[in-house]
Design a protein around this ligand. Structure first.
Ligand code: PDD
Length: 289
């Protein structure tokens, strides 16, 4: 069965789905996006993702392409047409529409909305516990990383560098030697002193929905944490490290630039948070947030 994409009001097989050659997303990366997980046929933390989409759109002075209610209907139709009954993801992209190429905003143009979705294999908690390697790279992105912009070239290059080094992710470091985040995930450690930390979500990082959920889970279960930056040295001498994202959930980091973390195995706090997060994903969610 061919995958179906939603493109500006039409549901099309991927082979036929395309945007205008002068779409501003294509020419200027003038757009924003969201990736939302589907679990048990339902969207995970849909309300938080749509709130973040709203914020990204506002920050770049772009209107919603349709009402939030319509958007939610289209999202459901996209997963239905792609037969995602169990686990998958949906990708939603909004750009400032198609107009003759000119840096300034077009006078009146409708924004473009594209959605794609795909099925993912069932969750495999045992495989997730094995952990991954990350490398450290300089953060070469613009200073507004809080906006989920489709302008992702530095992230793409850093991720490829990770792949070239047989690593899963690249943790980016700011000019002060403090880790910002991964190319498509947030970074966490349990320091040598035993403190769970993740960087504060200001403009230097994306405020991950998974990150927020982990913080809520910590609060609920009495796991103390601090929102503060940590250096590369702190990361390399950490007791535990992990990363969070919509697609990677809670993934233990067991090597940083080749140095093993926690003896190369998932640590106890990561293990607990992964278990709590899987529970969170699997429980029925409020679809009307
Ligand atoms: N990436 N930081 C960056 C730079 C990201 O691109 C992402 C998400 C995250 C984690 O955010 P969340 O927990 O809301 O997924 C952090 C998505 C998954 C992507 O681009 O595919």
């Amino acid at each position: 069965m061919s995958r179906i994409a939603y493109v500006n009001g039409r549901y099309l097989p991927h082979a036929l789905a395309g945007v205008h050659v002068e779409d501003r997303g294509f020419q200027f990366a003038d757009g924003v996006y969201e990736v939302i997980a589907v679990q048990g046929g339902r969207f995970v933390d849909e309300g938080h993702h749509l709130n973040r989409l709203d914020r990204s759109l506002t920050e770049i002075r772009m209107a919603w392409p349709m009402s939030r209610r319509s958007m939610r209907l289209v999202m459901r139709e996209v997963i239905r047409r792609n037969r995602i009954f169990r686990r998958g993801i949906i990708y939603i992209q909004v750009t400032r529409g198609a107009a003759p190429r000119n840096f300034a905003f077009p006078a009146s143009v409708e924004s473009s909305l594209v959605m794609t979705a795909r099925t993912l294999p069932p969750l495999d908690p045992a495989a997730m516990r094995e952990g991954v390697s990350v490398i450290i790279v300089p953060d070469r992105r613009w200073p507004r990383r809080d906006i989920k912009s489709v302008s992702l070239l530095p992230n793409v290059l850093a991720k490829q560098q990770a792949v070239d080094h047989k690593a899963f992710e690249a943790w980016q470091v700011d000019d002060d030697g403090v880790i910002t985040e991964g190319t498509s995930s947030n970074a966490w450690i349990v320091t040598a002193e035993g403190e769970l930390v993740t960087r504060r979500a200001d403009t230097a990082i994306l405020s991950g929905v998974t990150r927020r959920m982990i913080m809520a889970i910590c609060a609920e279960h009495g796991v103390t944490f601090a929102e503060k930056g940590f250096t590369v040295d702190q990361a390399k001498s950490a007791r535990e490290a992990f990363l969070t994202s919509t697609t990677a959930l809670v993934t233990p980091v067991v090597h940083i630039d080749g140095d093993s973390i926690g003896g190369g195995e998932i640590g106890p706090i990561t293990e607990r948070l992964l278990a709590f997060y899987l529970d969170h994903m699997l429980k029925p969610q409020d679809q009307y947030l």
